[in-house]
Design a protein around this ligand. Sequence first.
Ligand code: PEP
Ligand code: MG
Length: 594
Amino acid sequence: MTFSIHGLAVARGIAIGRAVLVASSRMDVAHYFVEADRVDHEIERLRNARKAVIEELQRLQQSLSQMSPTDTPDELSALLDVHMMLLQDEVLTTGVKHWITDRLYNAEWALATQLEVISRQFDGMEDAYLRERKADLEQVVERMLRFMRGVPSPVAPPMPSPAERRRAAAGDAAGDSAQDVPLVLVAHDLSPADMLQFKQSVFTGFVTDVGGRTSHTAIVARSMDIPAVVGARSASQLVRQDDWLIVDGDAGVLIVDPTPIVLDEYRFKQRQGELERERLSRLRHTPAVTLDGERIELLANIEQPEDAASARAGGAVGVGLFRSEFLFMGRHDRLPDEREQYLAYRAAVEGMGGLPVTIRTVDIGADKPLDSHRGEAAHPNPALGLRAIRWSLADPAMFRTQLRAILRAAAHGPVNLMIPMLAHGREIRHTLALIDRSRAELDNLGVPYGPVRLGAMIEIPAAALMLPLFLRHFDFLSIGTNDLIQYTLAIDRTDEAVAHLYDPLHPAVLQLVAGTIAAARAQGKGVSVCGEMAGDPAMTRLLLGLGLRSFSMHPAQILAVKQEVLRADTARLAPWAQQVVAAEEPATLMGRAG
Ligand code: PEP
Ligand code: MG
């Protein structure tokens, strides 16, 4: 039966594919297709894992029998029996084999998928005792996955590019070979680190139950240039494994089990999107200059050093925001040391081939916990807590390690060093002192380093209200509109329940943005916007009219923004932009640009 679920549009385009339901706790399972001639090998790996776990459980049973009866409650032994029974259950083994043989999933992925299928059957059971067996099944599967992690897996074959995947998705739904069937990942939640893990993955689309439009999970989805919908409430409950889905990343809609007519309609839209992309790609080498001759800097936001390649391919003239925290996430407490960080920053600098790279110091906290499965977000208000520069200043030795790594990378090309979430004068002074100390440490060791331009993010209203202080200490400012909106309007950017109140056009937000641009320009200092607003073509004219000349965004958005730049006349836009900022309902004036 066809039905649709409405969520929030986060990453453009249409994806059509079969649903793959993934539980948050199973995100770290490898997802790749195996060649048909490796199927037996995968089944063998599975068999070995099952055998090993059965032996493990038998050993446990034996050790229990050797203990005194008072130390070994009967329940424990009975539980081990249940685990053993579950391991040998046909529904588990036949199901997993199906995913490997018919769909060519690797063994771990097949196991996690079948777990998800059976878990739902358990959820639907009337009997409370049987419902609770779900936890036992999860434990058994976890044991098998742990065993398989210890066994070297075959190297994952190279995955098709997003464009190739989109083309595959546009093909006929039926009759494709298993590897060609496009897949859409559906999950209750995905942490930004989980999302990043799927960067080179097999999925053509993403859907999550939770999340806001500028949550970091959504930001990573956008950077992958894959259609995505977040905040789709109960999608992960309503969608079944293997359902055909349409993800409309433009409208924020998920269509489940579409009829042939609906499928045709969306395939048509998909082709239109492809054509539009091809048309825009012709602008790649066109300089971003407005009709009245203003040169506009279009920069890239990146999460990993390897993203430098897509930044250059997208036509970026530099990196305006390297979110360095992605190097720190999912490391299970082993943070990257100076050398590892230096090599990563250096790779980004070299990857940009002489174009400037703005490295932002780590912004851990809020919806970017160090480790998504450790429940760090248990703080009452993580977005207002120990995040970004506050986290760095709480551990000066760790912070200096990062600063030294960035300074060293600056010996290999132009680097800007940018600090997130500053709000207090004493934070600025403390940070600058640590930068000086890091330089001195490198001097003492005789380690070479390069010059950096120092920048501050303006993303807390308090910072936007004390610009003279910031302009005294920094070479440039970068407006983080994602957080500036969140903190000005007191709207959690990750909470879909208040997403309708998250408004980039709120007069208070516009006044802070306009004031920051004007103050920096008045002092001849650089100013850019690196929040999602900069990559939204609907905002380009307004920002140009307010005097912005530097925009930083996901590489995939650069050409659409460039198109707006090429059509704009900043001299005509300026008076209109002032009217928009002064208006009570700025949105009503947005269509009337000069
Ligand atoms: C912002 O807040 O606008 C920003 C660019 O930083 P992040 O999205 O990483 O918080
Ligand atoms: Mg921010």
